[in-house]
Structure formats: C-alpha cells, structure tokens
Design a protein around this ligand. Structure first.
Ligand code: HEC
Length: 146
C-alpha cells in the first residue's frame, strides 16, 4: 500500500517535472514571440509617430498609388528609386540633375535640410532637426509609400 502510494507519487512527480519541462520550453518559445511582438509594436509606434510628423509634408505630398501630384510629387514607390522620376511632375533642374537615389541615408539628409542636399530645389521645406523624428518619419515613409 505504502509502496503503491510511493510509486504513484513518484509517477506524479515525474509527470510534474515533464510538465514543468514543457512549460519551460513553451515559455521560451513564448519569450521569442513576445520579444518579436514587442519589436513589431515598437516599429508600429514609430510608424504612427512618423505618420503624425508627415502632416508637415502632406500639404504637398500624397503617398498612395494613383493619387495626384500636389505642390510636390506623389511619393508612391519612390524609396530606392532615382530622384525626380515621378511621371507628370515638373521637377526643378536642380533635383532632376542631382543624380540622387532615395536610400535611407540620402532621405535622412534630405529631410534634415533639403537645400543643403540639393541647392536650388524648389521644395519649400526648411528641414527637420531631430534625428529621432527623422527616423520615425522615414519608417512611416517606408511603410506608406510602397
Ligand atoms: C511646400 C511644399 C512641400 C513640403 C511641405 C514638402 N515637400 Fe517634398 N517636395 C516638394 C516639391 C515641390 C518637390 C520637388 C522638388 C524639386 O523638384 O526640386 C519635393 C520633392 C520631394 C522629394 C523627392 C521626390 C522625388 O520624386 O524625387 C521627397 C522625397 C520629398 N519631397 C519628401 C518630403 C518630405 C518627407 C516632406 C516633409 C518633411 C516634404 N517633402 C515636404 C514640396 C514639398
């Protein structure tokens, strides 16, 4: 009787240890997905902030495909492309001849101070001093213009 109970307890304990083991694995897996999830939500928060910052640009720029040019060109699909390539928009000579490609680094310098990057550009925007703001704005642009 004692032995049987002992055996049962041992079995139960073994079961618990096995269960604890799989809980641990599950927790580890959950840990990965949770940190991934928090990275994603950090990105989302940054993109949200970037969307607000883009209000400064929206008066002159659309981002979605098929929208018209405004004072500035529609920015749909511009990232990774050569500057001044949007059909039907009359760019300044300065930007047309700039030979720029819109990678993240160039875009960052442009947003910081457009007329330093392209003297003579007709984009009437003074620039965004904060690096954190520019990073958020670029994160938004990368998601909204593709
Ligand atoms: C007052 C209007 C105006 C505002 C505000 C403005 N832009 Fe522009 N943007 C322009 C014009 C005009 C051009 C074309 C410049 C040229 O041809 O020299 C341009 C060009 C650009 C280009 C180059 C596009 C291409 O096809 O090569 C990018 C990128 C850009 N703007 C991003 C922005 C961002 C980001 C903001 C906000 C921080 C912003 N602009 C604010 C008017 C504006």
């Amino acid at each position: 009787m004692f032995n049987l109970r002992y055996a049962a307890t041992t079995l139960l304990l073994a079961g618990c240890i096995a269960a604890a083991g799989s809980t641990l694995v599950a927790a580890e897996e959950k840990g990965v997905t949770q940190s991934e999830r928090s990275a994603n939500s950090a990105d989302e928060a940054e993109i949200k902030r970037g969307r607000l910052l883009f209000l400064q640009c929206r008066a002159c720029h659309e981002v979605a495909a098929g929208q018209p040019h405004k004072v500035g060109p529609n920015l749909h699909g511009f990232i990774g492309q050569a500057a001044a390539r949007a059909d039907g928009f009359k760019y300044s000579d300065a930007l047309s001849k700039s030979n720029l490609t819109w990678d993240a680094a160039t875009l960052d310098r442009w947003i910081k101070h457009p007329s330093t990057v392209v003297p003579g550009t007709m984009m009437a925007y003074v620039g965004m001093a904060s690096e954190t703001d520019r990073r958020a704005l670029i994160a938004y642009l990368e998601s909204a213009t593709k």
